[in-house]
Design a protein around this ligand. Sequence first.
Ligand code: FE2
Length: 340
Amino acid sequence: MLRRPLLALAVLAAPFAAQAQPQEIAVYTARHYDTDAVLYDAFTRATGIRVRTIQADADQLVARIRSEGANSPADVFITVDATRLARAEQAGILQPYALPTVDARIPAALRDPNGQWFGITMRGRVIMYDKQAGRPDSLSRYEDLADPRFRGQVCVRASNHPYNVALATSMLAADGEAATEAWARGVAANLARPPQGGDRDQFRALPSGQCRVAISNTYYLGHVGNSERPEDRALFERIGVIFPNQGAGDRGTHVNVSGAGLVRTAPNTAAARRFLEFLVSDQAQEILAQGNMEYPAATGAPMHPLLRAMGEFRPDSIEALRDPARATQALQIMQRAGWR
Ligand SMILES: [Fe+2]
């Protein structure tokens, strides 16, 4: 006689419990861009799932997830740089995301072959110059930056920044150790000043003539072009972009990705997978591309007009970057060569 009402209660209790506890996922992210908050808000509006973020350096996040172990609240891991994504995979903190939607939208070249992470955006690392000073002669490859005719003319940030480590890693894979060391030695000899500041500071020093050429990621120049300050937009107009290594048979311009993966111990896998699927949606790709001036990773997603204005190019493969040991070797080579 008592059984039936109890059963009915149990059936009713499930949806009430789901409503009483709003869903939330924890995203551990090493990205440092304002756009990402807009992205998380859009996901919450679309799904009702809240996003709590933990921000730190990628390697710190990996260490934290490992030390939290089975109790880690981390659901999703996001970072810039394919090498860091590969390192997270090697550390065993990820699991296959197993989402056909993601694999259908993101080209295989921008995904982990083991299905543990995928690219959400891409950026190029390019050579910039002052259009008023003119495009430097015979400068079409990264390798050319080591030529003695650019003595005292090159501006680039410190060698140990992941952006430069990745560039040298791609060169190490393409040209080998001896050539990469000779290149790094040549770049170090050609520096206009000791490495200082970030990418933006390199091309900001072009109009004064302090630097004749600068190395920077594409999105930093995009930010300047999209700025509300007229002097920034004037700077954008003045800077010329060289997409290196575009010749027939050459490897293409160095690119890197931001990527995301599902944490192995994720407590909320269903909600986390919805978030990962959201990242490749038109809406998310547009927020990332329009807000942070990155190239969308999803096939067919539109890029910002200012990026389009910089020109089309053929990207190098990111395969070489997926080997953390090679990246370590590349950094050692640059430091041995005297590039601080
Ligand atoms: Fe950056």
